[in-house]
Design a protein around this ligand. Structure first.
Ligand code: F6P
Length: 318
């Protein structure tokens, strides 16, 4: 029997646990020995690698986060540590690696592959949905649903108190979470890093809306914009004349019960990744685009910044 390992790297997402569960079950079905690497690349270096079985993944499909931990490893950037990681994998005869993570995690993996020849398949997993070459990354749907629930709740208090709420979403330099949340929650303002804005251009219309009976505003801003959310709230107070509050959603966006879509995508991503490795693919990322699942090179996935869908972006035009 051949040996295969899985690890999670970078920010955890809801969907990693369903992926781990299916990984173990599918590997066993394919007559492979499944291993868990704990705490991302740190576990590779520290030899925190364990053979796993069905009982290790019982009762995790409904849980956010990752049972095997994740990390952003600085040590893995150094060759001396990658050498140790290689020795650890070789000692266990692990020839195939599945890595759930973002583009930063894949870049490290590419270097590792070139030095060691250990085959890998990346599975895009980040709530930011900012990986080039894939329309979907694991965890995005759950994050969007958490944001939706939060905005719906904030709307209740915003309307009761006649307030403007500035709700900050995660996403680093990518405004995907904010934009989709704006389009699906009927907010009045959306600010994302991909689009220049001038708050002044909203002033007349917002004041007019208040005159016509508007009682509250919801503004969704992405953490990557140049201004601090507090400055946007101050603008509501000073220029629009409405009391305001800021809600930074923060890490609640990364946790929670994985949605059906994320569980299904976890299942599909893992199946494709394991199949790809068994068919001899040695350094690829399994991506999901309009045409379906497709293996892409690490170069394609990591060399460019993903751009927001132009159609969705056009909905922001005034
Ligand atoms: O990349 C995922 C992400 O949640 C980003 O949206 C956010 O900017 C960052 O990670 C937060 O990182 P940390 O968990 O290290 O605070």
């Amino acid at each position: 029997m051949n040996n295969i390992a899985i690890l999670c790297s970078g920010g955890d997402v809801s969907g990693m646990n369903p992926a781990l569960k299916h990984f173990v079950e599918y590997a066993l079905e394919k007559n492979l020995n499944p291993y868990f690497v704990y705490d991302g690349y740190e576990g590779l270096i520290d030899n925190n690698i364990k053979l796993t079985s069905y009982c290790d993944v019982a009762g995790i499909i409904n849980r956010g986060g990752t049972k095997i931990g994740s990390a952003r490893s600085q040590r893995f950037m150094l060759q001396e540590h990658r050498k140790i990681a290689k020795q650890n994998l070789e000692a266990l005869n692990i020839e195939m690696l599945v890595v759930l993570g973002g583009d930063g995690s894949f870049r490290g993996l590419d270097v590792f592959y070139k030095e060691t020849g250990i085959k890998f398949c990346g599975i895009p997993a980040t709530i930011d949905n900012d990986i080039n070459g894939t329309d979907y990354s694991l965890g995005v749907d759950t994050a969007l649903n958490i944001i939706k629930t939060s905005i719906d709740a904030i709307r209740d208090t915003a309307s009761s108190f006649k307030r403007a709420f500035v709700i900050e979403t995660m996403g680093r330099d990518c405004g995907y979470l904010a934009l989709v949340s704006h389009l699906t929650s009927g907010s009045e303002l959306c600010l994302i890093p991909e689009k220049e804005y001038d708050l002044k251009s909203y002033e007349e219309s917002f004041k007019e809306q208040i005159k016509n009976g508007r009682k509250y505003f919801i503004a969704i801003v992405s953490e990557g914009i140049k201004q601090d959310s507090k400055e946007i709230a101050k603008w509501f107070e000073d220029k629009i004349g409405m009391e305001s509050r800021v809600s930074v959603l923060g890490h609640i966006q990364r946790g929670g019960n994985p949605t059906i879509y994320d569980r299904l995508m976890a299942y599909k991503f893992v199946t494709k990744a394991v199949d790809g490795l068994l068919q001899g693919r040695d350094e690829s990322v399994i991506c999901y685009a309009k045409s379906g699942f497709e293996f892409k090179s690490i170069e394609e996935v990591t060399s460019k910044t993903k751009e927001l869908d132009t159609e969705m972006l056009s909905y922001l035009e005034k």
